[in-house]
Every structure is written in C-alpha cells, then in structure tokens.
Write a protein that binds this ligand. Structure first.
Ligand SMILES: *Cc1c(COP(=O)(O)O)cnc(C)c1O
Length: 437
C-alpha cells in the first residue's frame, strides 16, 4: 500500500469511499492517471465517467483559466452570469422539442434528480413516482428516495413504486425480459398504482450501476407510450451514459423516444462539479427559490461544461465513442471466447459492461472473482470498477477521447487479470479492506 493511501485513512472519512483497491493518484493526462508510486495507469473508469474528456484536457483547462481570471461571481442564485446562459442555450439545443423549456443547474446527478423528484410532484399535484429496481439516481436523501439500487443505505419515498428493469441476460432473451417487465407495469397501472396519480417515470436509458443493462428493443418505446397515454412525465437520467458516451448525444436516442425531462451530470463538467435538468417551462418555472444551493450555477464550472460540449462536437467524440466502443466491445467479446468466467458482454459506445458468472448455464454471479479481477487489473496497470445489483459486472466508462490502441491495451491487461484470477494467482486476502458495493 502506498504512502498517500495509508496517510489518507488518518485524516479523511471513509463515508464517501467506494474502494476496490488501494489507489492513490497524484496526476493524470488523457486516458492515464499517475499513481503516487509513479506508475501510469490506464483509466477505464474516468472517475465513474466524470472525466469525460480524460484528465487535464486543454480545452477544460483553458476555459477554467479564462473564467477564473475575470470571475463572474460564484453563483447564479442572485445574479445572472454569461457562462450559465450560454450553457443553458446550448443544452436546450441538444434535447428534443418537448423538453426544450428551461434549464436548472446543480452540482451533481444527485441534487439534479432530487430536484426533479420534488419538482414533478409539486408542479403536477400527482403524488407518485415510478423508477426501476436497481436504478441509481443519487446519494442524497431525496435522490436515494427515488432510486432502487440495493447497495444504498437510505429509505425510499412513500410515493415511489419500483418496477423491474428488463434484464435480457437473466431472462434468457430480450423479448422475454421486455414482455415480463411490460406485463408487470400494465398490471400495476390496472391495480395498486393508478396512473393518473403518477407524476413522473424515471428511466436510465442504460441501467449502469444496476449492471450496465441495455433495454430490449421496443421497451423504452412502450414505456414512453404508457407515459403519454397517462400524461406521466418521462424523465431520462443521462447522468452516466449521456453526453455522447453511448455513441449518440443522448442515450435515449437509441430508442427513438422523447423524454419530457433530461438530467445531465458526471461528464458534463469534464471533472468539475455541475449538473443540469432540462425540461418544460411550466414545470421548471413553477416556483422560485425552490431548489437552490449557494454555489449552484458557478460560472467556472459552467465554463468547463461549455468547453466539454464544444470539444465533444469539434473533436467528433460521439463518433469516437461509437467507433472505439466497437473496438473495445469486439476485444471484450474476444476475451469471452477465452474465459468461461465471462457470461455476457453488453453496452453501447463507451458504456460497456462484462458480467462474470461461475457457470454460464445457471448464470451464477461471480462476485468474488469480479472483485479479484478489478484488483488484479489495477496491479497490472488498468483502472476499472464493477457495478450490478449482484456485484458481478465490470464497468467500462473510459474517457470519450480513448483511442483504439488504448482500448486494446486495456483489453490485453484485462485478459491477463482474468487468467490470473482463474489460475488462483491473486491472493484473496487482498480484498479484506475492499468491500466495494
Ligand atoms: C452517478 C449517477 C447519479 C448521481 O450522480 P452524482 O454525481 O453521484 O450525484 C445519478 N444518476 C446516474 C444514472 C448516475 O450514474
């Protein structure tokens, strides 16, 4: 264990920790971070996707420098600032017509989803919200209240109903998964959840923390149709898989749906804290002083976000996510031919997941092997984490700037890590302090 990592434990609380190995970093550039031991590690996590352009991207650095050298205050609560106005105008141009109303700015996916959850109930007068089992919408009281991830230690909202997210792998086929999930929804609407009482339906267009689940074809379209029929607001949580990561700007575009409200976070600030909610004017303007934190609308973070959006366009990073994602996906499917531990490879663009199982027939989750694999990969020079309600899905959310060479470099390290785990070359006791989630 490195010096910095050990020292951290004597001053920094563990309450925000979600650790998989003893990583301590002192710098980073592009798709690599520098450990305090001097090692260069290839970063396939990008801080859970937040470092969307990689580390120390010059466009973000220049934007932040400019914004700080003549700083337009620190907040949009009591004064307009140009960066926020420009960013709002830009975001409005990037969502479907029905969401093209107003933009609210926050710090994180959590405060954004919490704001949406409060806002839709107050604005519509309908008390209920629907979200998915396994959904991660945030870590604050109000965002946990509308989430369904089993690792969370919080209570759910009284008006929340969780419904199954279709899992094509576990169900055996996309059709079976879709039919079961839709039948469940229709039954609920006909019985204990009167649809006219539902304010909003929260979706993740790919359920990332729940296991990088890609919805079956036609599923989100059917959810959209149900929402329209009952005037339920459709909320797309694009926090992890949006902003080009999936190979489209918005991940919901793969399904051809048009949500009423779109939530952005993580990669929006390119590593700085900023989130945004985009939606209809009557909902987003239904009250003043309703959801605010002092440094919301910080012009420095907004300038970084503008630079991120401009760079995604200028450098064709959506196309890169699609192309490099294909290369990485192909490499991972190649690994599946060599390693029986791999049960499924899925995802879109540079939002990919690899589900590990002890038995391909029973699909028994290989949680221990998953934890060992990410630990071993770290030792070998690759940073990636795992997700999933059964803690057995390797998650790939690298910078959108990843090159095909880096994709293959990472896949080669993962190949070695899997081989080492299967051969018993990784010491299980390493995991003692790394419970993950
Ligand atoms: C991470 C995440 C959030 C919460 O974002 P924070 O920045 O952690 O507050 C919300 N929704 C999704 C889909 C996420 O992946």
């Amino acid at each position: 264990m490195s010096g910095l990592y050990a020292r951290e434990s004597r001053s920094v609380s563990k309450m925000a920790h979600l650790r998989f190995f003893p990583q301590a970093i002192v710098g980073g550039n592009g798709a690599y971070v520098t450990g305090d031991d001097g090692r260069q590690l290839l970063d396939f996590a990008a801080s859970w996707g937040a470092a969307s352009l990689g580390h120390a991207h010059p466009a973000v650095r220049d934007a932040v420098n400019r914004a700080l050298s003549d700083q337009a205050g620190a907040s949009y609560l009591s004064a307009a600032n140009e960066a926020c106005v420009l960013l709002a105008e830009k975001l409005l141009s990037l969502v479907p017509e029905r969401a093209r109303g107003r933009v609210w700015f926050g710090h994180s996916g959590s405060d954004a989803n919490e704001t949406v959850a409060r806002m839709v109930v107050t604005a519509t007068g309908r008390p209920r919200i629907i979200a998915f089992d396994g959904a991660y919408h945030g870590g604050t009281v109000g965002s946990m209240a509308v989430s369904g991830h089993p690792a969370q230690q919080g209570t759910r909202a009284k008006g929340l109903t969780l419904v199954p997210y279709p899992n094509s792998y576990v169900a055996g086929s996309p059709e079976a998964a879709k039919d079961a999930a839709l039948a469940h929804l229709e039954r609920l609407f006909a019985t204990e959840v009167p649809p006219e009482e539902v304010a909003a339906f929260f979706i993740e267009p790919i359920q990332s923390d729940g296991g990088m689940l890609v919805p079956p074809e036609g599923f989100l379209e059917a959810v959209e149709a149900l929402c329209r029929r009952h005037s339920i607001l459709l909320v797309s949580d694009e926090v992890k898989v949006g902003l080009g990561r999936s190979g489209r700007f918005n991940a919901f575009e793969h399904a051809g749906i048009e949500p009423d409200i779109v939530v952005f976070g993580k990669g929006l600030g390119g590593g700085l804290p900023i989130s945004a909610v985009v939606g209809p004017e009557p909902i987003l303007n239904h009250a003043v002083a309703f959801s605010l934190q002092t440094v919301h609308g910080n012009p420095v973070c907004a300038a970084a976000a503008l630079a991120v959006l401009e760079t995604i366009e200028r450098d064709h990073l959506i196309e890169n996510a699609e192309r490099t994602g294909h290369a990485l996906g192909d490499a991972l499917r190649g690994l599946a031919e060599r390693h029986a531990l791999i049960g499924d490879v899925r995802g879109r663009g540079l939002a990919l997941g690899v589900e590990l199982v002890t038995d391909r027939t029973t699909r028994e989750p290989a949680a221990r092997q998953t934890a060992l694999t990410v630990f071993r990969a770290f030792q070998l020079g690759l940073v990636l984490y795992y997700v999933g309600v059964r803690s057995n899905v390797l998650e790939f959310t690298p910078p959108l700037t990843l090159t095909q060479g880096q994709a293959l470099e990472g896949a080669a390290i993962l190949n070695q890590a899997l081989a080492d785990v299967v051969a018993g070359r990784v010491d299980e006791s390493l995991l003692v302090n790394f419970a993950g989630w």
